[in-house]
Design a protein around this ligand. Structure first.
Ligand code: COA
Length: 146
């Protein structure tokens, strides 16, 4: 598996996974705007020339907000999420980001376990943060990046 920076030509494949995964998927335009900003870091995991996962953060004043994490359904449970997020931590640390935060649905045990296994800690609950379906968010932090 190769992990590399997300580029514009990756966006159709990324968005296919995004639409298959989330009830309110980001559009190609959302991803394009995110990868064009040099403060942000977006990565893809590639197997046999196919994108099997991606993640990304927005960097603002030394802090990174992780907005996107997904692994293609048939490829879950193979530590791809772990590896791509480990690469994201390295990318962020290498660019002077000292802490990372994210929100995750309270019921999303797979993602919460993954984040905890990387060293993120639960910090707070944001009531009714999500719609489709409505649900609380768990806010997690890694401070400093490990
Ligand atoms: C969350 C997600 C990215 C995990 O990716 P993945 O490649 O399947 O995860 P990994 O194989 O790297 O698992 C890493 C750890 O996460 C945890 N984990 C993964 N899947 C799990 C599951 N179904 N149930 C419980 N824990 C799980 C485990 O602790 C695992 O550690 P282990 O290998 O020691 O058991 C993937 O399930 C996904 O794309 N989900 C839908 C999108 C999503 O929820 N994104 C996050 C939004 S905040």
């Amino acid at each position: 598996m190769e992990i590399r920076k997300m580029t514009e030509t990756d966006l159709p494949e990324v968005c296919a996974i995004e639409q298959d995964t989330f009830s309110e998927p980001w559009s190609e335009e959302d991803f394009r705007n995110s990868i064009e900003d040099i403060n942000n870091g977006y990565l893809v995991a590639v197997i046999d020339n196919k994108i099997v996962g991606y993640c990304g953060y927005w960097g603002i004043a030394g802090e990174g907000d992780i907005y996107n994490v997904a692994v293609k359904k048939d490829y879950r449970g193979q530590r791809i999420g772990y590896q791509i997020l480990t690469a994201l931590l390295g990318d962020a640390a290498g660019r002077g980001i000292t802490s990372l935060t994210l929100e995750v649905r309270k019921s999303n045990e797979a993602a919460i376990h993954l984040y905890e296994s990387l060293g993120f800690e639960r910090a707070a609950i944001r009531r009714d943060f999500y719609s489709k379906p409505r649900e609380d968010a768990v806010i997690m932090w890694m401070k400093p990046i490990q």
